[in-house]
Design a protein around this ligand. Sequence first.
Ligand code: SF4
Ligand code: SF4
Length: 203
Amino acid sequence: MYLPKIRELKEAITALIKGPYTHPFPKLPTPVPDNLRAAPKYFKDYCIGCGACGEVCPARAIKVEDITSNGKPIRRLTCDYANCIFCGECHLNCTTEKGIQLTPEYELSYFEEKEALEIIEHELVLCEICGGVIAPKSQLLHLYEKLGTIAYSNPTIYLTKMEEFQLIDESARQEDRQIDRWDMVRVTCPTCRRNILLKEEWG
Ligand code: SF4
Ligand code: SF4
């Protein structure tokens, strides 16, 4: 017959008095180390919607979409925890360094798939001439702050900043219209700006 060793008896008596050695999961969450890297989370105050996190994600867990929602053009970034491997590349390569950050949250079980999605949305700025996507408004405002006075060399950036003065002319957006020199001072995409410059130079 197997007889318990003294050490095992001691452990058993200690456990009876002090409680089990193991964590009481799932009754209570398992404590995690302070520097644990787990589920990434977007921070609205710092994210500018540039989409760099989606470009560098090795697991393709972040989807970047330019869509229309409630009649407004928006950029939607969706991080799918079902694909995320907690590598941290999105945080390391974030343009603002704080737009997406890893949290200690690692217990990711949900009843519905949509609960595993971390979503952030940004208003998009469209070209006043062709209606194409230029960038999220928050990204252009970020550039305005970064560039300082140099931002005034780019009408798209400084007019976005001055939007409250209603300098953006929505009525200028017409398909197939002829561009002219006044379009230089409009919110335009790179292609339309190039066409305006060529027209001005070569007619
Ligand atoms: S600011 Fe950072 S988190 Fe936001 S879209 Fe750009 S890279 Fe991603
Ligand atoms: S932690 Fe890694 S896998 Fe997860 S979203 Fe960021 S880059 Fe993608």
